[in-house]
Design a protein around this ligand. Structure first.
Ligand code: C2E
Ligand code: MG
Ligand code: MG
Ligand code: MG
Length: 292
């Protein structure tokens, strides 16, 4: 070779790729084991009705506890699962476990809350998501109306016609559909109105700088108004302060999630929260009878 910069650059780039590919393959095989050996867990983040303060549901968020590396974030391993096809078995496990747990709380006499499960792009478009969901509902006995599936705008925008067919198949099961991270993808409003969506989840990036950012307040206000006028419910993600919650209350946002109420919790801690909610509901009904 002539030793030009170009060829050096090629070698460097190539080596870099090999390194990235090696890491990816290592992560893939460890993730495959983790799914098989039960190293995945679901955490649950409460969803709160802003008008009443009541706990109405939760979002299931997957966690990977590696015996050596400790917790590995879903932001790191979901993309690997997506690109290797592992999202199939992983997503199936998440759906089955979420439905089973929600129904288990009910059979322990705890409130019948809803449970939200995230679907990623490939899981939504390339796996038999309708069949898999039907099976998770049937096996757990969870009423379909208490399951909510979250899809991002990019999954809908990528192939809108196919997406619509899948969404209709899911809606026919009787569950609820939510758009996650709303406002961050390219969703055409023309598509949005054709999709059978029950809930818009305002992305946390629009909530974070409320009340300092006039732009973010205008965007959040507009999304709440638009969602409501299209007959959808609206949930704000990433609520961390009382001022943010107050803004959302004033603008009629239905629900919120965020550290202001709680981080995502392991099952035992979430169960304690649900026991508190059961107690709150008992007290409320006593009060309404004038017996409190
Ligand atoms: P997401 O569905 O938008 O979930 C919300 C993320 O925001 C969660 O991160 C949650 O822990 C975090 N969060 C909640 N409240 C607050 C807050 O007040 N402040 C801040 N700064 N963050 C908050 P997490 O659990 O790390 O999940 C990241 C993403 O990974 C999720 O975003 C979702 O897209 C994906 N994901 C998680 N679990 C699953 C799963 O079971 N299947 C699939 N396909 N994707 C999942
Ligand atoms: Mg989500
Ligand atoms: Mg989100
Ligand atoms: Mg997100």
């Amino acid at each position: 070779k002539d030793g030009k910069g170009g060829s050096n650059q090629w070698c460097f780039f190539n080596e870099d790729m090999t390194q990235a590919a090696r890491e990816r393959i290592a992560l893939e095989s460890r993730l495959r084991n983790a799914v098989a050996q039960g190293h995945l867990q679901l955490f649950y983040q409460p969803q709160i009705d802003i008008a009443t303060g009541g706990l109405i549901g939760c979002e299931a968020l997957v966690r990977w506890f590696d015996p050596v590396d400790g917790m590995i974030s879903p932001a790191r391993f979901i993309p690997v699962a997506e690109s290797t096809g592992l999202i199939g078995p992983l997503g199936e496990w998440v759906l089955g476990e979420a439905c089973r747990q929600a129904q288990a709380w009910s059979s322990q006499g705890l409130p019948d809350i809803s449970i939200a499960v995230n679907l990623s792009l490939h899981q939504f478009l390339l796996t038999d998501i309708v069949g898999c969901t039907r099976q998770a509902l049937a096996r757990s006995g969870l009423p379909a109306g208490r399951l909510e599936l979250e899809i991002t705008e990019s999954a809908l925008a990528a192939r809108p016609d196919e997406a619509l067919t899948v969404l209709r198949g899911l809606k026919d099961l009787g569950l609820r559909l939510a758009i996650d991270d709303f406002g961050t993808g390219y969703s055409s409003l023309a598509h949005l109105k054709r999709f059978p969506i029950d809930l818009l989840k305002i992305d946390q990036s629009f909530i974070r700088d409320i009340p300092q950012s006039a732009d973010d307040m205008a965007i959040s206000h507009a999304v709440i108004a638009m969602g409501k006028s299209m007959g959808m419910e609206v949930l704000a993600e990433g609520v961390e302060t009382a001022a943010q919650l107050e803004f959302l209350r004033q603008h009629g946002c239905h629900f919120y999630q965020g550290y202001f109420c709680s981080r995502p919790l392991p099952v035992g801690e979430f169960t304690v929260l649900l026991e508190g909610e059961a107690q709150r509901r008992r007290q409320e009904s006593l009060n309404s009878l004038g017996l409190g």
